[in-house]
Design a protein around this ligand. Sequence first.
Ligand SMILES: Nc1nc2c(ncn2[C@@H]2O[C@H](COP(=O)(O)OP(=O)(O)OP(=O)(O)O)[C@@H](O)[C@H]2O)c(=O)[nH]1
Ligand SMILES: [Mg+2]
Length: 242
Amino acid sequence: MSSNNVVLGRGSGSRIGPGGTPIAQKRLNTSKNVLLKVVILGNGGVGKSCLMNRFVSNHFDQHSFHTIGVEFLNKDLEINGETYTLQIWDTAGQERFKSLRTPFYRGSDVCLLTYAVNDKNSFKDVSMWCKEFLTYADVKEGATFPFILVGNKADIAEEDRQVSKEEAQVWCKENGNPSFIETSAKDATNVELAFRMAVERWTKFEEKMDRHYETEVVDLRSVKPPERVSCCFSANPALSEE
Ligand SMILES: Nc1nc2c(ncn2[C@@H]2O[C@H](COP(=O)(O)OP(=O)(O)OP(=O)(O)O)[C@@H](O)[C@H]2O)c(=O)[nH]1
Ligand SMILES: [Mg+2]
């Protein structure tokens, strides 16, 4: 749960986020962590707080209270020898808290769109959550932004299931192909894996963006320096006379 020795992630939500270190450069600096802001969205009651608490503290609360506004916790994850500090932002899913949660979307690196597999409405609302995120996070690369679709409460009895895996996969195909996983915060199934997927998705996204920037490199040798003009020197000799 520590957040020592941290390099801020690039904050893909704004592209000019804090830190701004390209992934290739960050990899060279093995003594430092990469801090990623991961925001969890979804209808009230789908299990966002329970997912965060299962991941961070390996704890499950059968009688979890509705979240008011946002809460965040940090947890380190090691992937391929690299340590990532996930700063997980758990938001309030209830409509009445909209104005309290949306200011916290900016600067997100990854977004978990969450529904409960026994709640069809929560699945139908995933598109709304995606739209809300893109609006308030001010994401410029919306089409490729790292989203993960999370179907929580996978432990429920089969007869209580209202959303099939196939339906969720179809939604992914039609909505920019986010990664998809079913989880259970209750019995811990796939919870850590969901956050690992989030990091992996972000890493791929960053590599793609870095490649994009590399192709846009300007050859400084071909750029003519501007004529020097200052308060004590002018390109116009008449003006530079004492
Ligand atoms: N069966 C089952 N119940 C779960 C699971 N995750 C959460 N719950 C239950 O669902 C209820 C709501 O969980 P929360 O984590 O508080 O839901 P939330 O999405 O944070 O809700 P808001 O804070 O209102 O947005 C609680 O009673 C939890 O015990 C799960 O994986 N399986
Ligand atoms: Mg909550």
